[in-house]
Design a protein around this ligand. Sequence first.
Ligand SMILES: Cc1cc2nc3c(=O)[nH]c(=O)nc-3n(C[C@H](O)[C@H](O)[C@H](O)COP(=O)(O)OP(=O)(O)OC[C@H]3O[C@@H](n4cnc5c(N)ncnc54)[C@H](O)[C@@H]3O)c2cc1C
Ligand SMILES: *[C@@H]1O[C@H](CO)[C@@H](O)[C@H](O)[C@H]1NC(C)=O
Ligand SMILES: *[C@@H]1O[C@H](CO)[C@@H](O)[C@H](O)[C@H]1NC(C)=O
Length: 505
Amino acid sequence: MGRPAADFVGSLPGLGLLLCGLGCLASAELRAPPDRIAIIGAGIGGTSSAYYLRQKFGKDVKIDVFERDEVGGRLATLKVQGEDYEAGGSVIHPLNLHMKRFVKELGLSTIPVSGGLVGIYNGQTLVFEESSWFIINMIKLVWRYGFQSLRMHMWVEDLLDKFMRIYRYQSHDYAFSSVEKLLYAVGGVDYVGLLNHTLRENLQKAGFSEKFLNEMVAPIMRVNYGQSTDLNAFVGAVSMTAADSNLWAVQGGNKVVCSRLLQASKGNLISGSVLSIEEKMKNKQTGNPTKMYEVVYQMGSETHSDFYDIVFVATPLNPEMSTITFLNFNPPIEEFREQYQQLVTTFVKGELNSTLFSSRAKDQFGLSTILITDNANMFINSLGIVSSVRKKENPASSPDGIHVWKTFSREVLTKEQISRLFLTYDYAVRKLWRSYPYYKPPQRCPSIVLHDQLYYLNGIEFAASAMEMSAIAGYNAALLAYHRWNGHTNMIDQDDLYEKLKTEL
Ligand SMILES: Cc1cc2nc3c(=O)[nH]c(=O)nc-3n(C[C@H](O)[C@H](O)[C@H](O)COP(=O)(O)OP(=O)(O)OC[C@H]3O[C@@H](n4cnc5c(N)ncnc54)[C@H](O)[C@@H]3O)c2cc1C
Ligand SMILES: *[C@@H]1O[C@H](CO)[C@@H](O)[C@H](O)[C@H]1NC(C)=O
Ligand SMILES: *[C@@H]1O[C@H](CO)[C@@H](O)[C@H](O)[C@H]1NC(C)=O
């Protein structure tokens, strides 16, 4: 599990000094680890931080993970006639290195995710149809949009390239005390500035045409974030990376990563709902009164409480979603009012009425994903054939034309709406989400450090909400808590990290 070497050296101060000389004197003088850490939320943010906290603080810390619902959070599956399908976070990018690492270290398997052939519908007609021939796609794209899609690819690649620096910083144990500082460290002022402008403004300035923005970019924002191109340019770029062709998912369901991380971290799952957090003086067995956090939580009809040295909040804090109150903090913990949008995932097993989208005969239709432009005036955001979390075969092959389709919509679909989309259907199941933030640039990200040893992970979602972003936040908060606990200020918010680390191995 990871790199225990540093902790080992730390636990033997004499040997530590001998091995590392003056250069790492500070890091050799470790304070005793905390006794107890609480993590609220067992989604990918909470469970990945449990995993990394265990690596940093060692085997003796007691880690409690509170979950009021199911482990996995927004990674969840729904059953359609005995098979499980991803209903929340579903696709993972090949360069999502934390997710990749988890799968490898936890011994899980992956399955490739293919959207099949994609069509883009504008309410009247398909403005773009993918072909199974790469070269034909290129010709179609160039014909319709000039070289804009290629330039788009380069714009995204450039931002992604810079973003990859975060992995290098984290592998050298560097932490950031705010999301803005993290983004500044990967790409400087222009990078942080992506949060201040809409994707549309950004791409218009870069010379992309209205047609390209409306027909190619907007449908991708709509399927991935349920919003228009007026979201911030950073989440816009993250969303564009999901147009990559090598996406994958975890066999058995992405949520399995969360339960396995929890297991590997030897965290203790408490199935309860946290009600409040309060700072109090507490007498530890070993000596003087210490400042600790009292976490009050509800299990069934009973209320319990426990004391912790460090608390991680790994769930969105806003009045509609959170039951957590911060009591008697001085100054008070800031209030978070940022809204999350409602989104409905619906799975329908049935036969699509393809004439809604194309006049072509239904056995000639061939598309398995339909994206939708913003002016199409449709009640759904997207529609696509999906395979179960166990299957590896191509979803598009079904002799009777019956598939499991997944749609996203703002509102719950009525029976009439489902019947308009499908010629026949015999099953529909849905899940309602508070899915991700409403992005309204200029965007300020909520703080990470709420109090001395009280950390908030989900502020990162206001830059962009994705599994990998939560995992990055989980690792960052674990490193930050570790360094702050030990007074290693030289590992937090360092300038010029990129230059500094260039010369290192
Ligand atoms: C429909 C949908 C599709 C998505 N698609 C993708 C995708 O394809 N790729 C991708 O990378 N990302 C995707 N995302 C985003 C991704 O799922 C999220 O960014 C990520 O899962 C967030 O993880 P988290 O741990 O930060 O939060 P959550 O998963 O929300 O975890 C928070 C947990 O805290 C628990 N909790 C809350 N309050 C309390 C309390 N008071 N006490 C105890 N427990 C509490 C909740 O029950 C929850 O389990 C999608 C999201 C949605 C909704
Ligand atoms: C972003 O906008 C905020 C005000 O909303 C401003 O304080 C900040 O300096 C801006 N950042 C950049 C990098 O432009
Ligand atoms: C399929 O959709 C088309 C176009 O909206 C409509 O004219 C037709 O009646 C629908 N077919 C069925 C069987 O509902």
